[in-house]
Design a protein around this ligand. Structure first.
Ligand SMILES: *Cc1c(COP(=O)(O)O)cnc(C)c1O
Length: 248
């Protein structure tokens, strides 16, 4: 096998393992396999390797920095990749997001909502959007405080180009499974509340939660999207504290 074929095979293997674990978590919790979407997270993975990941079956890719995502989407524009932005967005970057991204999972401010809506209208398109909630209460994490979600959501019908799909969170980084699970349960309860009380036209069926270290727990607690990077692409060169200041 040449080196590229070998790398493709390696990514396929990792993907297969993650998918097996997802399936097992679904069985444990009595859920349909089709109710969980795996979003491969590709931040820091170079574009050339993403070409191989595409060949291995990753056709959706999650990135947390808009600049990095933009560059990769340009380099790989011959492939039919759906890009998900899963990290904090500065208002002045909304125009880039509106051009190439398929979905945005980190909405936590009305300023960003307004600007993104405006930019999407200019582009003549709409976008799937998830509201980010800070379920762990850690100051290092973005997202709305759980108590603020309800009022925030009431404003979203003003932004008709945003197709609200659900909620996103990062759980606490802890080896204590109970504390991690608590974050996921909190999210499920907020989602269930919004299903009853959110304004008409908004949908809160989706729960994007769970990463390489905790996606199986997240599925047991109701995740419909898991965002998995390192379990597919290997350890990132920099520690988590680089991406989430104050953590790790
Ligand atoms: C990096 C990242 C992930 C994936 O983390 P892994 O540990 O690589 O699985 C998930 N969600 C967000 C928002 C991220 O930035």
């Amino acid at each position: 096998m040449d080196e590229e074929a070998q790398q493709i095979a390696e990514i396929k293997n990792k993907l297969a393992t993650v998918k097996q674990n997802i399936a097992a978590a679904c069985v444990r919790s009595g859920r349909e396999l089709s109710s969980v979407r795996l979003l491969p997270v590709t931040k820091t993975v170079p574009a050339e390797r993403l070409r191989l990941a595409y060949a291995a079956g990753c056709h959706e890719m999650g990135e947390n920095k808009i600049q990095e995502a933009r560059e990769k989407s340009e380099t790989l524009k011959d492939l039919n990749i759906k890009w998900a932005i899963i990290g904090h967005l500065q208002t002045n970057k909304a125009k880039y997001l509106a051009r190439f991204a398929n979905e945005f999972q980190a909405l936590d401010s009305l300023k960003v909502a307004a600007e993104l809506d405006k930019r999407l209208q200019i582009e003549g398109r709409s976008m799937d959007v998830y509201v980010q909630v800070n379920s762990s209460g850690e100051a290092s994490k973005f997202g709305l405080a759980p108590d603020d979600v309800r009022t925030f959501v009431d404003q979203l019908p003003n932004y008709s180009s945003l197709r609200i799909k659900g909620l996103m969170t990062l759980a606490i980084f802890s080896t204590d499974h109970d504390r991690v699970r608590e974050c996921f349960i909190k999210m499920r309860n907020i989602r269930d509340m919004l299903r009853q009380e959110a304004p008409a036209g908004l949908s809160f069926e989706e729960l994007s939660m769970g990463m390489s270290g905790d996606y199986e727990l997240a599925i047991e607690e109701g995740a419909t999207i898991v965002r998995v990077g390192q379990a597919i692409f290997g350890k990132r060169p920099l520690p988590d504290s680089h991406y989430w200041p104050g953590v790790g």
